[in-house]
Design a protein around this ligand. Sequence first.
Ligand code: PMP
Length: 408
Amino acid sequence: MNIAEIRKQFPILHQEVNGHPLVYLDSAATSQKPRSVIEAVKRYYELDNSNVHRGVHTLGSRATEAYEGARERVARFLNAPAAEQIIFTRGTTTALNLVASSYASSVLMEGDEIVLTPMEHHSNLIPWQQAAKRSGAVLKYIPLQPDGTISLADVEKTVTNRTKIVSVMYVSNVLGVINPIKEITEIAHRNGAVMVVDGAQSTPHMRIDVQALDCDFYALSGHKMCGPTGIGALYGRKSLLEAMEPNEFGGEMIDFVDLYESTWKDIPWRFEAGTPIIAGAVGLAAAMDFLEEIGLENIDRHEKELAAYAYSKLSDIEGITIYGPREGRVGLITFNLDDVHPHDVATVLDSEGIAVRAGHHCCQPLMRWLDVTATARASFYLYNTEQDVDRLAASLLRTKEFFGHAIG
Ligand code: PMP
């Protein structure tokens, strides 16, 4: 991978922030966008913009082709069997809410179990809390090992024949850990449960094959993988999608409407009420082209190398705590410096042009498990370099100095 060439394709990276060249280390919150994605969205608005699935005119057909073409692109990216199994959503949050309201409400009964982990993002936690409250189902949690990993023996103990749904993140946005989704799916299926995967942090960084994983639902966000904000997707097993009721109603999703009764279109359109996010879908397709051209395997390798480099470089800083396992992680490092609040860390880094995130990362239960209220997090993507890590490490040393601590 030629990182210098890749960086040239991201206009935003070539600027100074607070008098320093920008080092963007917040891609787990949202990634930056390459010129090809920006151009695809611009081209769509300049040449093809129209509403979809209704216009008889030429622009209407072009917009429909672009939108449905994007659906096929997502299906190919995930190796889904068919484009009709891809529902466009606003992102992972909306995708998971759709499953937890539409699918879950039709299957969950009192006493059924929903199995999660304590590391889940609020997006894969609160929709299930709500589904449990509505149905009388109970929430169960696969415990975490001291290093934040999941043991399959614990999965075996937690999932039972009362479990209807297992919903787990593939990659943790805090611990960086890659969960054994294929194995968890196998255990879920053996117990007759459906497997839902939060793919917000995995899809940008590694090759995803939903058929090989054998999961039943898979959610992703476009903005974390070089695509625009406001677009994401839900992959679902065909038989499950076909049995699901829509959770939003209105234009575009109906077949026949009478004053008292209506019927729905086939999947996937019955889940896409209203004018969809057409330009977003076009941008997402361009992002997938971009990532595949570079190669997901290459991106994965580059980030793992960077994560290993960052882990060892940052561990040398006296008084730093890095959360999550050393091995088997993606390119993000969540940490705290002794006696310095993570918001102060992020503020000092920002004053040197380095963007990191500080807070609870939408994972309050995990923060409690880690026994902290907040952490700082540096997250890397295909455009980051070892020099970025060096700048981060040097700046952290200055942060310690600034707050009056000995330099390690
Ligand atoms: N799950 C995980 C693991 C995430 O990191 C995020 C975003 N931080 C989400 C879900 C929610 O994604 P979005 O805000 O794009 O819906």
